[in-house]
Every structure is written in C-alpha cells, then in structure tokens.
Unconditional design. Structure first.
Length: 196
C-alpha cells in the first residue's frame, strides 16, 4: 500500500466521521522543537557534567528519559543521548555541550530538521500503539519516564511516556505522514481491542 493510498483512505475515513472527536484520544504534531544527538561515553563524569551544565539534567538510565523545564534527555544507547528542547533554546544548549565536551571524544549534532514529533493522549492510546508496535504497553511495564526505540508497522520510532496515557512519538520526518495516518486508522471508531 502506497502513501497515496493511505492518504486517500484517511481522507475517506475522515469524510465519514471525525475520528479525533468521536474517539477518546487526541493526536497532535509538535510543531517547534530542537533536537541534539550527543555521542560519547554516557558513563563518563565528563559527559555527565556537560549535560548538567547545559540542561540541568542527569544522564538518563537505560530505556528512560529525564526532563526539566521543557528540556528532555533520552537514553538511546550506551554511547548516545538525544536532547530535546524548545527550538529557541537548542542553540544555546548545543554551545554549552560543545564547551563542556571540548577535547573529549564525543560529538554533538543538531538533528532537528530530520525528525518529527507527535503526542497521543487518551484512554485508548495504549491499545492504539499496541496494535502497531511490538511493545508491552501494560501500565506495570511501560511507566511514566520510560522510553523505547521500536518499530511502528513498517518504520522505526521512539516512544516516551510523559504522563499516564500521554505518549510522545518520535520518527523520521520523511515518514511522518505515514505514522500520522496509521495512528489515526489504529484508533478508528469501534476498533479498540480493550487489551490495555
């Protein structure tokens, strides 16, 4: 099925019913944000101090994220962090990270233009995501502050739980329409499996 087919299907569905109004979930794209990819030894004192200096945050533990004052840091791997912040603040954070990591084996790259972000909120959001991702969304397993890198149907995504039944979804910008459309289709009226 092509992206054009998905868009046509989405338009047909929306012409029959307002999906976001009928179903108890809210799907939105985050329009303005900045994103930094930071590579280096996450267990090192130097990187920890640089992150604290630039954001006020500590290094997140495995499969988690930390946040403070609209700035978030996500654990990506043993040698990679993502830092998300308001777009007007990201350049300042980048400068401080570069200063804090000077002469330290590391890299700090602004990747804001390559990613898209969505939020999905509501009682059905765990079921909606559960039909698309090979992740256990049980409330005892996927808790507030947790972060997962996984797949959503045919594309890679990253998921973070901001509040109860309130997820943030990160994907490549090139596939954002695909992600948006399959999320809407997964939440179609009368399609809930009531698993979570």
């Amino acid at each position: 099925m092509t992206l054009m087919d998905l868009n046509r299907m989405s338009n047909d569905l929306e012409s029959k019913s307002n999906l976001l109004a009928i179903n108890p979930f809210d799907l939105k794209e985050i329009a303005e944000f900045g994103l930094l990819s930071v590579r280096g030894d996450l267990g090192s004192k130097r990187l920890s101090e640089a992150l604290k200096f630039s954001t006020g945050l500590k290094v997140p533990t495995v499969r988690s994220f930390v946040s403070k004052s609209k700035v978030e840091a996500f654990w990506m791997s043993t040698d990679e962090l993502l830092i998300k912040a308001p777009d007007k603040a990201i350049d300042g954070i980048e400068s401080k990270m570069l200063k804090g990591l000077k002469d330290f084996h590391s890299s700090v790259v602004n990747i804001s233009d390559s990613r898209s972000l969505f939020t999905i909120k509501g009682a059905l959001c765990r079921d909606i995501l559960g039909k698309l991702c090979p992740v256990d969304f049980d409330k005892k397993i996927f808790k507030i502050g947790d972060f997962r890198r996984t797949r959503m149907a045919q594309v890679p995504v990253a998921l973070s739980l901001l509040e109860d039944n309130y997820f943030q979804i990160m994907c490549y910008r090139s596939v954002k329409e695909y992600v948006y459309n399959i999320l809407k289709m997964s939440g179609c009226d009368n399609s809930s499996v009531n698993f979570y």
